[in-house]
Design a protein around this ligand. Sequence first.
Ligand SMILES: *Cc1c(COP(=O)(O)O)cnc(C)c1O
Length: 376
Amino acid sequence: MLGPSNHWSLLYPQADQRRHETALRQAMDRVSASGSYILGAEVTAFEAEFAAYLGGGQAVGVANGTDAIELMLRGLGIGAGSKVAVPSFAPSAVAAGVMRSGAVPEFVDIEPGTFTLCPEALDELLRSFRGRGVRAAVVVHLYGHPADWANLQRVANEHGIELLEDCAQAHGALWHGQPAGTLGRAAAFSFYPTKNLAALGDAGAVVTKDAELAEWVRELRQYGWKERHVSVHAGVNSRLDELQAAVLRVKLGALNESVLQRRRLAATYDARLVGSRTVEAPMVRGGCEHAYHQYVVRCARRDALMQHLLRAGIPVAALYPVPLHRQGAFGGENELLLECDRAAAAVLTLPMHPYVSEEAVEEVIEALKRFEHESS
Ligand SMILES: *Cc1c(COP(=O)(O)O)cnc(C)c1O
């Protein structure tokens, strides 16, 4: 069957909204009636529930994930005059958040298998001239796969830098049984509507077990106030809304089940892609539980395959098409980051979210087979 089917008419944000329609309406009505719309009971409750979900520490709700990166760095005193190492194969938000803190991003290569920050490449950067002034690394658990934490931690300890997590794609991921978001000194989360835990708008959080850092971020997110109307830092306005917090409390209750569903779907893709001549299924490192924010394959003829699937009505994308070190806003130096360039040319996201059916996966597999057939 050629042409678009009805499998793809409802994309994840809307499907997730519909799944929770009744509970979300109740939550939003509760906020509407409460008279409290900013930093009230819902935000306090969500912060406590999200921290408990991760097994302790504190969560500080902020306006979005990019702000979470900025405020996590600034809360640690990292800003102008400092450098922060980041993987170059990542969403632009990672570098944008670092730059908003005042620090300069230094781009590092990734491991080809997991698409996450390469410990050897980080070590090499920190030993080089370019690495002088690097005070932290923001480690992105890209697509929901935990980075090689033990080796990254070893390198970070050796050079005395902070290791921080970007968990915007990793809600529900585990590294040797430990939730992503609890591995480093602090973690930044986004709850953008496409993420595994999704608000109905912008939302984010900084998570940390460091009470002093949590306090700093609480102050920075609201004008730098320590007490009302008295700023002690150059703060910003980056608060999590009561409405979004109430929405997130509903969705948090379903997070584990929805991540399990993503894993079941990934297992189906894995099984159906065995022996494929066109695409290479994603790997999962031993000890890691992937959160499958995205299911990403590598393919030699990516652009042709992407066009073929898009023509068949299947929503696929090249995430991410241009490494950060090649983007006008961040680049400038000609670092040689071979694996980032290779990944950017080869990756393709296949449809992945808890509402993708097994039949929909079959449709993707059939379209892949037609591509193989037509191009052989
Ligand atoms: C989505 C995302 C961000 C930014 O989050 P926003 O809420 O859109 O600001 C940062 N890092 C990663 C890895 C992301 O996927």
